[in-house]
Design a protein around this ligand. Structure first.
Ligand SMILES: [Fe+2]
Ligand SMILES: [Fe+2]
Length: 145
């Protein structure tokens, strides 16, 4: 059974963003499974992937918000920055040998649910202005390529 199951209440109505959020949910489920199996190497690998993917997702959203002229881009970015610093702290604690995976998974679930339903959903009407196929291809390539 997975730790966290995606459902439509988390959708912001933009496929590319929903896909990225789903990937983060998958990472959290993978982290929980690795924690249960006590496989330290696996936990490290997933944790690093999760931190890296989350940063890339934030950067993608920030670029999209800015290009769409979303008026709250700067404050949304500050929220991302603060949370990135918070996750980095957990990664450092993990590197120092502490078992942080459960706490990280639970905090990430709470934070992400709240952030998606409020902050991310708020930019959605603006984002649709820049979401052409060519923009998507170019921008996804730049961040995830
Ligand atoms: Fe997001
Ligand atoms: Fe966001």
């Amino acid at each position: 059974m997975s730790y966290w199951t995606w459902d439509d209440s988390l959708s912001v109505g933009i496929d590319v963003i929903d896909g990225q959020h789903r990937r983060i949910v998958d990472y959290i489920n993978e982290l929980d499974a690795a924690r249960a199996s006590r496989d330290q190497d696996k936990i490290t690998e997933i944790l690093m992937g999760l931190v890296d993917y989350t940063r890339t997702h934030f950067a993608f959203e920030e670029d999209m918000m800015q290009q769409a002229g979303y008026p709250l881009s700067a404050s949304h970015k500050r929220v991302h920055d603060a949370f990135t610093a918070h996750i980095d702290k957990y990664a450092a604690q993990h590197d120092a040998g502490q078992d942080v995976s459960r706490k990280l998974a639970s905090e990430l679930q709470i934070w992400l649910t709240n952030h998606i339903k409020n902050d991310d959903r708020d930019y959605a009407p603006y984002a649709s202005k820049v979401l052409s196929q060519s923009w998507l291809k170019r921008t996804l390539g730049r961040f995830f390529g």
